[in-house]
Structures are given as structure tokens and as C-alpha cells.
Design a protein around this ligand. Sequence first.
Ligand code: SF4
Length: 320
Amino acid sequence: MALLDVVDLAVSYPVRRGVLAGAVAEASAVDGVSFSVARGETLGLVGESGCGKTTVAKAVLRLIQAARGRVLFDGRPVLDMAGGELRRLRRRMQIVFQDPISSLNPRMTAGGIVGEPLRVHRIARGRALRAAVGDLLRKVGLPAAAADRYPHEFSGGQRQRIGIARAIALSPDLLVCDEPVSSLDISIQAQIINLLEEIQGEMGLSVIFISHDLRVVEHVSERVAVMYLGKFVEVAGRDALYREPLHPYTTALLDAVLEVGRGAPASPGGIRGEIASALAPPAGCRFHPRCPYRMPVCPEAEPPLSEAAPGHRVACFLYP
Ligand code: SF4
């Protein structure tokens, strides 16, 4: 059984015109997303900024409310949980944020930040808490003495290590890494990725790794889901997706990576036009205004995410 099963998840935001106005419309941020994550597996989630990757993760973690769908964690329905059951769930699902500067309280020491989950959940206090914090800091490659320093005294990479130590403090089963290296220098990114992989191996964690960087996702993931305007357009094993991408959007993203390698600008190469607004997504296939292979049916009907090859699902009419 998968650790996490997500079925037909949808999230929408109320849209207001002006500060005092009530909601005048609903923007669909995520629409009918289904996936699972096995124990110990890393699922990569890729797509352009604003496509809904982070929203999916936040809805799964109950940091925002889902409008529709079912989320099963270890067989239990997450979206119906409340009170003590939801608190116990939160111990088992943790997140590492993109920006370690804004996600760490500047008035708390590193020790206070890393130890906070242990205090809040009454797992350790006093000397036991201090010892546990020292162990966690060492686990992420920082000296135990770092506990007495404040976030501004650390480099970006060190701050992200503190964020990781806090996220693993409660020995979770699922770790969501939301663009965990995007704000770091290239030279530091590899160190943090290696650390995450080490920790995952040691703790047997399942990971959802969110990134717009296809190279990073290729490195860390066993399976990859590509998102476009709130929908999954392709899901496959890492090798199948990178060697034989099927969806025209995935192909364009991968072409852009190759072009960047050749010195070209970092935009999705062969794709024409801008990504549409989530407030008014295109009818039919949401990618059709930008797709070089558009057919008459594409603006008329929505292609289902169906299996084109074993374990390889794609939402495109090119693959019946
Ligand atoms: Fe392009 Fe049509 Fe496939 Fe959409 S369904 S990706 S518009 S060919």
C-alpha cells in the first residue's frame, strides 16, 4: 500500500477586486490531481512557477483547504481529520521551505527552532531536549554549538540545514521539499541535495520534491509528475520521462534545459506565448494555445490522463 494516495484533489482561491470587496470569482489553482507516493520513494513535481505545485503539497499537508478530493495517508483520510488526530498526522508529514531566511524565526536561536517541534509535541525538554537538538544539528552537518546562534549568523546553506533539522525532528514519514535549493548558490545546492538524499536513505522517508529545475528533479526523483496550469499532464518513471517524454509541454521544458546548457536563455524554448491565467484557464486542453501540435479537438475537449505505456501516463490527444 502507498504511504500517500491523492485522488481528484482540487483547490481554488477566492478572487477579490480591491481590498474591501468580497469574493467575486474563484481561481482554480489545482484541478483534479491524482497521484500516490510509495514508502521510501521520491516523487518529483515539476512545472513553471504558478502551475500549482506548492498548492498541491500544502493541501495534502492541510496547510490550506482543499475544495474537493480525497487524501489518504497510511490509509487514513487526511481531509476529514480534526483535533488530536490531525496533530498526530502533522508529526508524520513535514515540509522544508524554499526560503530559509523567511521560514526561520529571526528571534529564536537555531536550537530553539530545531527543538520547537519536540517541545510543542512534548517529546523532550531540559537536558534531553538539548541533547536531541545537538544530535539533529550534527545529523545535518552543523556543530552542536550552533544551537546558541541566531539565523542571521549562518550562511544560506547553513540556514537550510537548520530548516531540514527542524523538519526531521519528529521523525516524519513524508517530507515535502518545496524548492529547497532554489534560493542557494549553485555550489551549495549539491551539498543540500546530498544531505537530503542521505537523510532519506537513513530514515526511509517518502519525499515529494517540488522544483522548477528539471535537472535537480532528475537527480533526486524515482518518478516525476509534470504540472501545467493546475493539472498533471504527464507522470512517469524518471528514466522514461527524461528519455522519452510524451507530452508536448514536457518536451518543451526538456528542450529548454538543453538550450540553457548550450547558453540560451532559461525559458521553455519551443513553447509559444505566455502561460494563461488560472482565473480563466483555456477550455479543452489547457496547453492548447501554446501547443505546436494542436488539433481541432484540443480546444474542444479535455484530454484525460491515461496510460500510454506501463507506468507512463499522459494527458494528450496525440496518445489515444
Ligand atoms: Fe497539444 Fe492537443 Fe496534446 Fe494538448 S491535447 S498537448 S493541445 S496535442
